[in-house]
Design a protein around this ligand. Structure first.
Ligand SMILES: [Zn+2]
Length: 331
């Protein structure tokens, strides 16, 4: 295969569906799904995904850049690895999704929507991951890195969103995220329909949704701002030295979710509001008929504000920073 991204965008199956280099065997499993296995036995398994949202092109370009040297036989591979471009039909049209946001549909939630390409795609990804993790040794390390870009600008241009997890996060995983240049980590406290939540809940994988910059068309990305992320991926995949972390990521956790309930929903933030903008206690954030959302803690930070979602879906998250005072201040 010449180029995994071009192959996926073409919508055609490759003429040659498997091959090998001196270091690895690869197998094209389906559109946007590539299995790569080192010729030597390893104890690490990694799912590396991007393009779950079709307009988030920088991570797709990064993913392609790190796997091409492997396909050309120039680099060894240290992981049993599944490489995924999540939503090929959305990637082809440059849209976030065609009909449904697939990053809300994992964990069987696709059964609640009409049967169509996106429901079937989520089922296929779920089944592919299940097979991938099942064939591994039981003491294999399982990681899943799902790379995205945010719709908005952000006070932290690179950050990670961690799914709800009862177990402690492995320190090697947190160290890798710091080395990848993430400035902040956001910890969910309830289950969700994301790809990384699925890997963590069902297969015990250490997983993170990486948010790398702002969504731009193919070719318009300045990948230099993600050089630490690319170097950290090279370390993970090829066994290069892990770059030193330049700072410790700040830790936030979700305090409350703003949900769009009806067509009366109003979000009291401008379209330019950046991710991690702070709001003081008592601020009216949104309203929907009788329901009003206020800042409850001394200070809360907004993440992913988006009023243009379907009723019943998340229109924003409010965060508190770990270690900051979380009690309500006296009025
Ligand atoms: Zn995304």
């Amino acid at each position: 295969m010449q180029d995994f991204l071009q192959q996926t965008l073409s919508g055609e199956a490759p003429r040659k569906r498997s091959g090998e280099t001196a270091h690895l065997r690869w197998q094209w499993l389906y559109h946007g799904i590539l299995l790569m296995e080192p010729t030597v036995q390893v104890k690490q398994a990694l799912v590396l995904s991007a393009g779950i949202h079709g307009n988030e092109t920088a991570p797709v370009e990064i993913l392609n850049q790190v796997i091409n040297p492997l396909l050309r036989g120039e680099k060894p591979l240290q992981q049993r690895m599944l490489v995924i471009l999540g939503n090929p039909s959305a990637l082809r049209t440059g849209k976030r999704y065609v009909r449904y946001d697939i990053n809300r549909l994992f964990g069987g939630r696709w059964q609640q929507i009409d049967d169509g390409d996106e429901a079937r795609r989520v089922l296929r990804l779920e089944q592919t991951l299940e097979t991938f993790w099942q064939v591994g040794e039981c003491d294999e390390t399982r990681w899943h890195l799902d790379m995205h870009t945010a719709i908005r600008g952000s006070y932290h241009p690179r950050f990670g969103v961690m799914p709800h997890n009862e177990r402690p996060w492995p320190s090697e995983f947190l160290d890798w995220l710091a080395a990848a240049g993430l400035e902040a980590l956001v910890f969910h406290r309830s289950p969700g329909g994301t790809f990384t939540h699925f890997s963590c809940e069902h297969f015990g994988a250490a997983s993170c949704t990486l948010e790398l910059g702002k969504a731009l068309p193919f070719g318009a990305n300045d990948l230099t701002q993600f050089s630490a992320t690319q170097q950290a991926l090279a370390a993970l995949l090829y066994g290069d030295a892990l770059p030193p972390a330049t700072s410790t990521p700040r830790h936030y956790r979700v305090a409350q979710q703003i949900t769009r309930l009806s067509e009366h929903f109003q979000l009291h933030m401008s379209p330019e509001t950046l991710n991690f903008t702070a709001f003081p206690q008592g601020t009216l954030l949104a309203e929907d008929g009788e329901t009003r959302y206020y800042v409850q803690q001394a200070r809360e930070y907004v993440l992913f504000p988006n009023p243009n979602v379907a009723a019943g879906l998340r229109a924003g998250l409010m965060l508190i920073e770990e270690g900051e005072q979380t009690q309500a201040l006296p009025i």
